[in-house]
Design a protein around this ligand. Structure first.
Ligand code: DQQ
Length: 485
């Protein structure tokens, strides 16, 4: 059944079938990119999580590898092998992950064969037998591990009741025996961040890395049933603490770009993946037989304003076919259908120049009668400063059971009001980048074969400086992802 689903992306990575969530163990090892992921091969539901595995030499085409980790028949990971990372222990590929037993997770270790295919769990698991003593914690899982001088350091995601999310810092000589150092940072740091005052009761999937002179701590703010969004602190990591400068949203899609993990590749780039959750019901997922989409790999850099800039890796242009451009000029109508561009696998790059108070608009996945359409807008503030990116999904689907909540966030414009807008449409997966700020979401038109229209428009004084669109080929031409239709 999975291959009959028109909502299944074709150039985003999805699992062969079953459930996929967080990216894990990201690494570029001897020229090969390894993407592991939270995986239930048995059903499209989050249950007894394994580690799936896929490899790529170009970040575009992926080959499925054997399942890397499966829950034990007994022992510390009998109820799941939850999120973690891969490190190079003097040539020995080593995984650090959260073994789940009952409703408790504890750090476990496994070592791999040279090709990273076969993994042996340590007899001594779990390598940390209990969370720090004397701290009233909400949870304890997910890992960021790195080499620092002569020692290993590790962050474990957690939360302190009454205080907020946190990351606990540990230190080790051998990845097996760990000394607790203390909380690196807690969620009560820097109050008065407006809408970001609340960083959840738990920080999932903490990821610490440096970009130029800035240190970045990415985490997924979590609170039972209410909060699921990726955030990052910028600041300075020194000694045993992280001194924050600012807190920002990582992706305006919130839970649609969740639990991201990054790695520095052999070219020195910071490459990040996140999990695109589904926006349809559990029953729809079960019917489809697959669920969960991996984001396109992103290059993360530091912007002049001290925030992160994100862009899909340039390698993706390999999949571009049949370019269509639209002549530059003023956009005089609120909406014009572009008859030369249509499709459900598209990469669109455009540059808009907005006068103060103006809004530029790009519509994708539109049915001929316009009953279903997904609208991306960038508006410039009346005082000319700054812009807002908005995604309107209210009409993206007539199916009342799918999530159609709009999404929005601030985007930088250049002094002339210019913004680069890139929109990647891959069936139900949508990734938008405006001025380097991402907004990721899912859309499920009920007439998917007809919802292939594209259009542009404006309210106010907007000039189209550039518009190029490409059909995107499938990344799974030989792989196990069957073609549609
Ligand atoms: N998913 C994993 C956890 C992590 C969460 C379980 C984030 O390790 O905290 O599948 O989506």
């Amino acid at each position: 059944r999975a291959h009959r689903d028109p909502h299944r992306p074709r150039f985003h990575f999805t699992s062969p079938g079953g459930w996929l969530n967080d990216p894990n163990g990201l690494t570029h090892w001897n020229g090969v990119y390894h993407l592991f992921y939270q995986y239930n091969p048995l059903a499209a539901a989050h249950h007894r999580i394994h580690w799936g595995h896929a490899t790529s030499t170009d970040l575009v085409h992926w080959t499925d590898e054997p399942i890397a980790l499966a829950p034990g028949t007994d022992g510390p990971d009998r109820d799941g092998c939850w999120s973690g990372v891969l490190v190079d222990d003097g040539g020995v590929p080593t995984l650090v992950y959260s073994g789940r037993h009952g409703d408790r997770e504890l750090p476990c270790v496994a070592t791999g064969s040279a090709d990273l295919r076969y993994w042996t769990k340590d007899q001594a698991n779990p390598v940390i037998t209990a969370p720090p003593e004397g701290v009233d914690i909400t949870a304890f899982r997910d890992h960021c591990v790195w080499r620092e001088g002569q020692v290993w350091r590790q962050l474990v995601g957690s939360g302190i009741r009454g205080v907020g999310g946190t990351a606990f810092l540990y230190e080790s000589d051998d990845l097996r025996s760990w000394r607790y150092v203390g909380p690196l940072l807690t969620g009560d740091a820097l109050q008065n961040q407006g809408e970001l005052d609340w960083t959840g009761t738990m920080w999932e999937c903490v990821d610490l890395f440096g970009l130029e002179e800035t240190d970045v701590l990415v985490f997924s703010a979590w609170d039972e049933g209410t909060t699921h969004h990726p955030l990052y602190w910028t600041g300075r990591y020194k000694g045993d603490t992280f001194t924050p400068t600012a807190l920002h949203r990582l992706d305006y899609g919130g839970r649609y770009f969740y639990a991201p993990q990054s790695t520095r590749d052999e070219h020195g780039r910071r490459i990040m993946f996140g999990w695109l959750q589904e926006g349809r019901t559990d029953e729809a997922n079960a019917w489809a037989g697959w669920c969960g989409v991996m984001s396109l790999p992103r290059v993360v850099t530091l912007g002049a304003d001290g925030r992160l800039n994100q862009a899909p890796v340039p390698e993706l242009s390999q999949l571009r076919r049949e370019r269509v451009d639209v002549a530059a000029g003023p956009l005089t109508d609120p909406y014009t259908r572009l008859h030369a561009v249509r499709g459900d696998q598209l990469d669109i790059e455009t540059t808009l120049r907005l006068a103060p108070g103006a809004t530029g608009r790009l519509v994708v996945r539109e049915t001929p009668d316009g009953a279903e359409r997904t609208v991306v807008e960038v508006s410039r503030a009346h005082d000319g400063a700054g812009g807002i990116l908005r995604l309107h999904r209210e009409t993206s689907s007539l199916d009342p059971s799918v999530d159609i909540e709009p999404r929005y966030g601030e985007v930088p414009l250049d002094p002339d009001g210019r913004v680069d807008l890139r929109v990647l449409v891959d069936h139900s997966a949508l990734e938008i980048f405006a001025g380097g700020r991402p907004l990721t979401a899912r859309i499920y038109p009920t007439r998917p074969e007809e919802a292939v229209g594209v259009g542009i428009g404006a309210d106010g004084d907007v000039t189209l400086e550039r518009f190029d669109a490409w059909q995107m080929a499938s990344a799974f031409t030989q792989g196990p992802r069957p073609l549609w239709p």
